[in-house]
Design a protein around this ligand. Structure first.
Ligand code: ADP
Length: 705
């Protein structure tokens, strides 16, 4: 590195300094900006998290407040706790008063449940009490025997009817009427059966049971079946609707499943009727009845779920807590992949004395999302750059403050309670995430930073190359000076030596004298050739070399130059062959320059040949160019050197060639001259076999005649 700095000239040192002064601060600034953008993203995110927490807390506290209001209202109420129907009405009223809560249900000390339409294990329907005084019971047994064993239905009817002669209760009457009706049906006499069942409806006591099913339900059900058996469509329809209405208005406890069974059968049969093509399809207020049915079905499955999955937890929770504590709790259980959350609290003493322990409820999510939350959010001013949405556990959108098709949120925070599996999220109006918001800026700075680094690397690379090149040139220059001075010294020494010898007048032999003169001439020619090259080269290098283009015959120029050089070539023992075309090749060229280029090629051919002393000069043309080639059978040039030999001062240095004098300028000059003529110089060469240099000059510089 230190060596490298020593090599750099002061010009490059200044450049390097400028680089450092401009680029390093630039790089630092871009790096800092990049960091500050990351910081900005963090700050933005922190700000959004702050906002979303605020919104979440606000929504949560409003929901909690709603719960508190609801609890106070419940605690202050005084429903008639002994009447399940009253309790149902009370729950229905609460439901419509507090739309945020649904599926309200009470829990009694037997862990029975009651909701606004239906109960489960609340106070199960009483089993039919034991019946009949002994005498009546005897006849009843005989009647049953006739009905079931002998299958003598008329006889059975007679026995059943006999019992009416004793003093019997309405409950007993209901049972007997249903038996008589059943026997008529069994005997295929539906009309008479219907009459008997209708009598049950006329009994005064409306709370009679047959088995554990209300007597009225049994009677209505059978009447409907009777009409169906008679194929009396009109009455079948009426009785079916009567039954359905009765079931909807007087549901009994769900405990043993009878109610659900009756409702299911009746509903299905109604469906069957509705789908028939009946002209007078007048089903009255069927829609509202179906709505009630749906609510009952919903509550049936809800209460069943609570009874099976939650009641034991609520029970142990009530046991563990002090009786006075009425704080509400949240309980959640998995149901069909979704989490059901139940809130509940213990009821005060006045309820507990009547055996009612607590009340439970579910949040009406639709109400929260479409009424409560929008109203609360309207009171919070978030500015125009963000708005709020609510997501579920799987990040699906439940509610969005603005009606935009957006799914990408900025930040989201979970509710703690009571909406455990929801999240509040902030959205950008364009649906961007935090990264996307700062992303563009970040990208810009990254590109800038990258650009500056790139420029720096490229700059340093170019500079290093320039310095290496310069040091190479200076090495070649110093080699050039030593070889040129050697080149000058040799002919000068010879000229002086032979000149002095001749000057003494001691060489008497005429032949010897001639030989000495010839040496002096040749050496001075060599000297002037060398000086010509050096002078021309310095002109070319400085860009002051002037060419004089004249219309000339290239063939003649080559021939004349060869004539002048022939002696020299022959003196060195070379055989020379020339191949010229017969017609002229007229071009606009600088004759002296072309001749100098040719002489350089010829002198190289002489210099770089050893045993095979043969030179061929050829001039010809093709459709586009004139070609002058000089071929020798000399030492040849290695492939790796071929593209370097035309560089100034460049010389191939091998041990065999060390004696061959040269300046490394010849081919550089040839190239310069040829290029001044818009042409090119080609070389083909093989080590040990020889070389062929070809000057190619385009014909298009020939002036059009
Ligand atoms: P110089 O001959 O003064 O060294 P040139 O520029 O004329 O300089 O040639 C550059 C190099 O090209 C020479 O050093 C030589 O190695 C190689 N060269 C040129 N002409 C020939 C040739 N005809 N045969 C073999 N090598 C050649």
């Amino acid at each position: 590195m230190f060596k490298f700095f020593k090599l750099i000239t002061s010009k490059y040192k200044i450049l390097l300094l400028a680089f450092i002064l401009i680029l390093i601060p630039g790089a630092i600034i871009s790096y800092m900006s990049l960091r500050s953008i990351n910081q900005k993203a963090d700050n933005l995110e922190a700000k959004y998290i702050g906002t979303v927490n605020l919104v979440r807390d606000k929504l949560e506290s409003e929901v909690s407040q709603l719960e508190v209001n609801f609890r106070n209202r419940v605690i202050e109420s005084n429903p008639d706790t002994n009447e399940p129907d009253e309790l149902k009405v009370w729950l229905r009223d609460l439901r419509s008063e507090y739309p945020a809560f649904k599926n309200l249900f009470l829990i009694n000390d037997e862990w029975g449940l009651i909701a606004s339409y239906i109960s489960y294990d609340w106070n199960p329907y009483p089993e039919m009490p034991s019946l009949f005084k002994p005498q009546a019971q005897n006849i009843f047994n005989i009647a049953e025997k006739a009905e079931f064993m002998n299958r003598n239905f008329n006889m059975a009817i007679g026995h059943y009817k006999n019992i009416f002669n004793y003093q019997i209760t309405d409950q007993e009457k209901a049972l007997l009427l249903s038996r008589i009706g059943r026997c008529h049906y069994k005997a295929g006499n539906y009309a008479k059966g219907i009459v008997e069942y209708k009598k049950i409806l006329e009994l005064k006591d409306k709370n009679l049971v047959i088995g554990s099913v209300p007597a009225i339900a049994v009677a209505l059900f059978q009447i409907k079946d009777g009409y169906k058996g008679l194929n009396d469509i009109e009455n079948w329809r009426k009785s079916l609707i009567d039954l359905f209405r009765y079931l909807l208005n007087n549901p009994w406890d769900l405990l043993d499943g009878d109610y659900s069974y009756y409702l299911k059968i009746t509903s299905a049969e109604l469906g069957e009727y509705e789908s028939r093509d009946v002209a007078d399809l007048n089903l009255g207020d069927m829609d509202s009845m179906r709505a009630v049915e749906n609510r009952i079905l919903e509550q049936t499955s809800f209460l069943t779920f609570i009874k099976l999955n939650m009641i034991s937890t609520i029970r142990s929770d009530f046991k563990d807590r002090s009786p006075s504590e009425s704080q509400s709790r949240i309980l959640s259980a998995e149901e069909n992949n979704s989490v059901m959350q139940i809130g509940y609290f213990r009821l005060p003493d006045k309820f507990q004395l009547a055996g009612i322990f607590g009340i439970g409820y579910e949040f009406e999510e639709d109400y929260l999302l479409s009424n409560l939350f929008p109203a609360i959010l309207n009171t919070i001013d978030l500015g125009s750059d963000v708005f709020v949405g609510v997501l579920d556990k799987k990040d699906s959108l439940l509610y969005l403050q603005q009606n935009l098709p957006i799914s990408n949120y900025l930040v989201a925070e979970s509710f703690s309670r009571p909406l455990l599996n929801w999240k509040v999220a902030l959205f950008d109006p364009d649906g961007k995430s935090v990264e996307q918001i700062v992303g563009n800026e970040q990208r810009l700075y990254l590109i800038l930073f990258g650009g500056i680094l790139f420029v720096m690397v490229v700059g340093v690379f170019i500079m290093v190359r320039a310095v290496i090149h310069e040091s190479e040139v200076s090495r070649l220059k110093s080699e050039f000076v030593s070889s040129v001075s050697h080149e000058l010294k040799t002919p000068l020494t010879l000229i002086r030596m032979f000149g002095e010898t001749l000057d003494t007048g001691m060489v008497k032999d005429e032949k010897k004298r001639r030989e000495f003169y010839s040496i002096i001439r040749k050496e001075s020619e060599r000297l002037s050739h060398l000086i010509d090259n050096v002078l021309d080269f310095s002109k070319m290098d400085a860009g002051t070399k002037k060419y004089r283009f004249e219309e000339s015959d290239l063939v003649k120029v080559v021939r004349d130059s060869m004539e002048a050089y022939k002696f020299h070539i022959r003196d060195n023992g070379f055989e020379i062959k020339s191949v010229f075309p017969e017609e002229k090749i007229e071009l606009k060229i600088d004759r002296d320059a072309i001749s100098q280029a040719l002489l350089n090629l010829l002198s190289n051919a002489v210099k770089y040949s050893e045993d095979q002393k043969f030179i061929q000069v050829e001039v010809n043309r093709n459709s586009t160019s004139a070609l002058v080639s000089v071929t020798d059978n000399g030492v040849g040039i290695a492939k790796g050197e071929l593209n370097k030999i035309f560089e100034k001062f460049y010389r191939v240095t091998t041990s065999e060639m060390e004696e061959t004098g040269g300046s490394g300028l010849g081919l550089a000059l040839v190239k310069h001259i040829v290029e001044a003529h818009n042409g090119a110089i080609d070389v083909e060469s093989e080590l040990g076999k020889g070389s062929k240099f070809t000057i190619v000059i385009p014909l298009k510089i020939v002036p059009v005649r």
